[in-house]
Ligand binder design. Structure first.
Ligand code: C2E
Ligand code: CA
Ligand code: CA
Length: 507
């Protein structure tokens, strides 16, 4: 029985050990193979089973913990990094700026923040599609990463806007970084098998003690806008006056919105002359705004503000409607059915708007004016590129009989794309090419070349800003069909234009 007692003690010990979690413990079965041994065997098997189950459970817990950790990292990435480029996003950027500012509190030099916007990104997107646009952004991100120090931060703010935080914002070092970025982006960037010329404008803000990351970013952004407005492709350092100017623009946009709603703008009309017979062929409608406090404002100023704030389409459709209504009245009172071309300026943004052609058609129908009486002038910009919406609007309008002219031809971005592909009816030769046409052999050659091309494609040209008889004579000799300028009259109020029309018609 004492042998049994010893085995029972062992058995009790085993149960205690198993219960405390030591699942690898076992007890040997004796030679007796009696009922105690049966219990021992049963216990051994249970322990085996428990040990296996426990192993499984532990493996599963490890696996789940790993999964949770990965998910958390992914969440962090989404929350802190831009998914397309892998650069820091706005919140991580703000965090890095704040950390750098905190270091500055302890004696380090305050950081500088650079905001960068690509100049030609929209053209790339429009011409090659969004997938190439995305590839381009990834390339630019890599390029920026290569240009900065490892301790600096590169972030994507959204769209084609990026930001850099340069620690130890010593002026020379920061400007060197900015210059390197500008230089790198002056080269074509490969994306999707295309060589894309984009260029960048950069605004820099040097932090001062206690500045928040928001104001730093805002001021760098303001400086970037100043660069874009005055000289795209350059670096501008933030000055407080820029903030004041930006505020003034916002205020002016508000005033313009109110003035448009209250019908406080006017349209003036500048005569367009057929050069051969010196007959009045039409007029260009030009917006005029007498600001309640600032007096008459140059259209360039408020058109630029309207373009920057999305108001320009409202402005243009208001001018269009007013001018077409005026033409309907002139047709009744003085013009009869004499040919007369009403020119209206439309910002490139307007042409890009969906259903733009419908707006124009509705306006003509509302006032009972024929499509052939209307000609829309649009300045060709780099942005217009090969925008599908613009080309479609042009096509719909032209097949309805509305004319399209390229404005300010010869001022930099003009290309022959539109002329060659016959998307337009008329070219307006910019005043800068007209001023010296009778004295400057170079300008004479350029004007002659443009007019030869215009003629070869069966189009017509208007020379803008003709001020002297000499200029008019040279342009007529070169085969320019129309002229416009102070020689034949400044833009006239509707009443003055009506008198002018009466005098012409009854001559
Ligand atoms: P633009 O379309 O090139 O219009 C011609 C500008 O040249 C007008 O300036 C006109 O007054 C001026 N001009 C005409 N003949 C002469 C001349 O012989 N000598 C000189 N020195 N200047 C002459 P304005 O009215 O100040 O308009 C400036 C610009 O503002 C326009 O240039 C046009 O781009 C824009 N603009 C005017 N009205 C509108 C509008 O309703 N919508 C849009 N989108 N832009 C407009
Ligand atoms: Ca014009
Ligand atoms: Ca023009």
């Amino acid at each position: 029985m004492s042998g049994d007692d010893a085995r029972l003690d062992q058995l009790v010990e085993l149960v205690v050990e198993l219960a405390s979690g030591r699942l690898d413990r076992r007890m040997e079965v004796s030679a007796a193979a009696d009922r105690i041994d049966a219990v021992v065997m049963g216990l051994n098997m249970m322990a085996e089973e428990l040990q296996a189950l426990n192993g499984d459970l532990e493996a599963r817990v490890t696996e789940r913990t790993d999964q949770l950790r990965t998910a958390q990292q992914q969440l962090e990435r989404v929350a802190l990094y831009d998914p397309l480029t892998g650069l820091a996003n706005r919140s991580l950027l703000a965090d890095r700026i704040e950390r750098a500012m905190a270091h500055a509190e302890h004696g380090a030099a305050p950081p500088a923040v650079l905001v960068l916007d690509l100049d030609g990104f929209k053209a790339v997107n429009d011409s090659f599609g969004h997938s190439v646009g995305d590839l381009l952004l990834v390339e630019v991100a890599d390029l920026l990463r290569r240009v900065v120090h490892e301790t600096d931060t590169v972030a994507r703010l959204g769209g084609d806007e990026f930001a850099l935080v340069v620690l130890d914002g010593e002026v020379e070092r920061v400007l060197e970084v900015a210059d390197r970025v500008i230089a790198a982006l002056q080269q074509p960037v490969p994306a999707g098998g295309h060589a894309c010329w984009v260029g960048a404008s950069i605004g820099v803000c040097f932090a001062t003690r206690g500045q928040s990351s928001e104001t730093l970013l805002r001021d760098a952004d303001t400086a970037m806008y100043a660069a874009k407005a005055s000289a795209p492709g350059t670096v501008q350092i933030y000055e407080p006056a820029m903030h004041a100017a930006a505020l003034a623009r916002v205020r002016l946009a508000e005033d313009l919105r109110e003035a448009l709603a209250a019908n406080q703008l006017k349209v003036h009309y500048q005569p367009i002359i057929e050069l051969a017979g010196r007959n009045l062929a039409g007029a260009e409608a030009l917006a005029r705004w007498h600001h309640p406090e600032r007096g008459p404002l140059p259209p360039e100023e408020f058109v630029a503000v309207a373009e920057a704030t999305g108001l320009v389409t409202t402005l243009d459709t208001w001018v269009l409607d007013t001018a077409v209504a005026q033409l309907a009245r002139w047709r009744e009172t003085t013009l009869g059915d004499r040919p007369f071309g009403l020119h209206v300026n439309i910002s490139p943004i307007g042409f890009r708007a969906p259903r733009f052609a419908d707006t124009v058609a509705a306006c003509l129908a509302r006032h009972g004016v024929a499509a052939r009486d209307l000609l829309l002038e649009v300045t060709e910009t780099q942005m217009m590129g090969e925008d599908a919406q613009t080309l479609q609007s042009m096509e719909v309008l032209r097949s309805a009989g509305v004319g399209v002219a390229i404005d300010d031809f010869g001022t930099g971005c003009s290309s022959l794309t539109y002329v060659r592909r016959l998307f337009v009816d008329l070219i307006k030769i910019d005043r800068s090419l007209v001023t010296g046409v009778d004295r400057d052999p170079h300008q004479h050659r350029v004007a002659a070349a443009i007019l030869a091309v215009v003629d070869a494609f069966g189009l017509a040209a208007v020379a803008e800003g003709v001020e002297t008889e000499e200029q008019a004579a040279v342009l007529t000799a070169l085969g320019c069909r129309y002229g416009q300028g102070w020689l034949w009259g400044k833009p006239l109020s509707p009443a003055d234009m009506t008198r002018r029309l009466r005098a012409t018609v009854h001559r």
